[in-house]
Design a protein around this ligand. Structure first.
Ligand code: IFM
Length: 483
């Protein structure tokens, strides 16, 4: 059945102006860019182990070297400054700063992030640190991983340690990046590390990620100056029913429950949604949620990070669709959707990126305005948005990527429109600053504003980076030429 297109947002006739102080950023994560996997005391994370498991990652690629940001961060910060960025979102590698996931921190690892923050600040670029972007110390996984409560407790200790070490130079913090992926791709479909395929483990992991978030917010607030800002970044699914039928709308409800509200519920409203508990009652009685946990998770946040790439179209049944396997990160045999594994996933109509993801900025507008409506006092930040394309270096040494420019343009226009419609959006972080290790896809997918030649690690800003720099410097988005 053809999927109906979403109604386009009205095109802006005049330049769209962003407010003074709006953050113009780019994002990366430790395992995807740092490399230096065995240096200065770092030990294995679940991704090091996963990459060494044959067949899990494209051509058995790994983050051993990645794009060597660990050694080249000064050059990378210079590039950010040239691109007019006012903020850089990076993540701290847990196995680099606390290798076994418990006990004291490793000073050499912590010093890397202190130097990075200093370098950023010396270029007037705001450091925005994420505590966890998927690289759990392997030792903690061997002790049970996120399905076990102790991992949440360890995470709080790690948060306190990192907060104390960096709190004098980093004021903007995010606890978790995309806990949906950690729980449901890591323990449900198994297409991400640690590669387990157990729906109950996935639900337990989701709860312990939520709990880890709540405990970490408290630990950070205790370790940081009062003015510090603490947040979390969620990859919220912008959902559409395939048809207006009640059955397809119920599919939207189910995926919303296990894709969005499983985190939004406890984090922002202090309770798991009743319909999620009902949908998954055949799997678990949720007795791993202890009295007091939901209160612990429900901590005031300074902003909510929204990561958005593409909308999600669902139907009640998997006939003529990919049966519950659609996760945007490669297929697996098992479903990442406990309690909703009969739901069908359909490609949204329109142009696709190299990931096969449809370009549809209306999904970003939908998420931002929906959140603003439900949580009017919570500022928002787009902490990831971007697109992979098959970029090539031209004969003249430049990289021309007009599709990425068009993608970024359309999504910034949608963000601006959402702000005009009432969403309090404080900044935008393009994913990603650099081409990097795209998880199970290895180095096969390029999301960077800056091209990386993997054999030499040479950096070349793409034409989209030059365009983004002009927007960031002027704070204005002009209607696309000819559009
Ligand atoms: O590369 C990832 C990132 O690590 C998390 N969000 C989605 C990006 C693109 O898949």
């Amino acid at each position: 059945m053809p999927v109906p297109p979403s109604s386009p947002l009205p095109a802006a006739a005049a330049p769209q102006r962003f407010p003074a102080g709006f953050l113009w950023g780019a994002a990366t994560s430790a395992y995807q860019v740092e490399g230096a996997a065995a240096e200065d005391g770092r030990t294995a994370s679940i991704w090091d182990t996963f990459c060494r498991t044959p067949g899990k990652v494209f051509q058995d690629h790994s983050g051993d070297v990645a794009v060597d940001h660990y050694h080249r961060f000064r050059e990378d910060v210079r590039l950010m400054a040239e691109l007019g960025l006012t903020a850089y979102r990076f993540s701290v590698s847990w196995p680099r700063v606390q290798p076994t996931g418990r006990g004291p921190g490793v000073q050499r690892g912590l010093d890397f992030y202190r130097r990075l923050a200093d370098e950023l600040r010396s270029h007037d670029i705001l450091p925005v640190a994420t505590l966890y972007h998927w690289d759990l110390p392997q030792e903690l996984e061997s002790a049970g991983g996120w399905p076990e409560r102790t991992t949440a407790e360890r995470f709080a200790e790690y948060a306190a340690l990192v907060g104390a070490a960096l709190g004098d130079r980093v004021a903007h913090w995010t606890t978790l990046n995309e806990p949906w992926c950690s729980a449901f791709l890591g323990y449900g479909s198994g297409v991400h590390a640690p590669g387990r395929t157990d729906p109950v483990a996935a639900l337990r992991a989701a709860h312990h990620l939520n709990l880890g978030h709540g405990l970490a917010v408290s630990a950070l607030r205790a370790a940081l100056p009062a003015a510090a800002q603490v947040s979390v970044s969620l990859n919220l699914h912008a959902l559409r029913p395939l048809t207006p039928s009640a059955a397809d709308r119920d599919a939207v409800r189910r995926i919303d429950a296990v894709g969005n509200r499983v985190f939004l519920g406890p984090m922002l409203a202090g309770a798991y949604p009743e319909d999620l508990l009902a949908d998954t009652a055949h799997l678990t009685d949720w007795s791993f949620v202890r009295p007091g946990d939901q209160k612990e998770i429900h901590q005031p946040l300074d902003w909510l990070g929204v990561n958005y790439y593409t909308p999600t179209v669902v139907s009640a049944t998997a006939e003529d669709a990919s049966p519950g396997r659609e996760d945007g990160h490669g297929g697996g045999e098992a479903s990442p959707w406990p309690g909703a594994d009969r739901v069908g996933f359909h490609p949204a109509p329109g142009e696709r990126t190299a990931m096969g993801w449809t370009v549809d900025p209306t999904g970003l507008h939908q998420l931002l305005t929906g959140l603003a409506h439900r949580h009017p006092d919570l500022p928002l930040m787009v902490t990831e948005n971007g697109a992979a394309y098959h970029d090539r270096v031209g004969a003249d040494g430049t990289v021309d990527d007009p599709e990425r420019t068009a993608y970024l343009h359309a999504h910034l226009a949608a963000l601006h429109r959402a702000a005009a419609d009432g969403a309090d959006v404080r900044g935008y972080f393009a994913w990603s600053l650099l081409d990097n290790f795209e998880w199970a896809y290895g180095y096969d997918k390029r999301f960077g504003l800056v091209h990386v030649d993997y054999p030499t690690l040479a950096r070349t800003p793409k034409s989209s980076a030059r365009w983004y720099a002009r927007v960031a410097r002027s704070g204005e988005l002009h209607p696309p030429a000819g559009g």
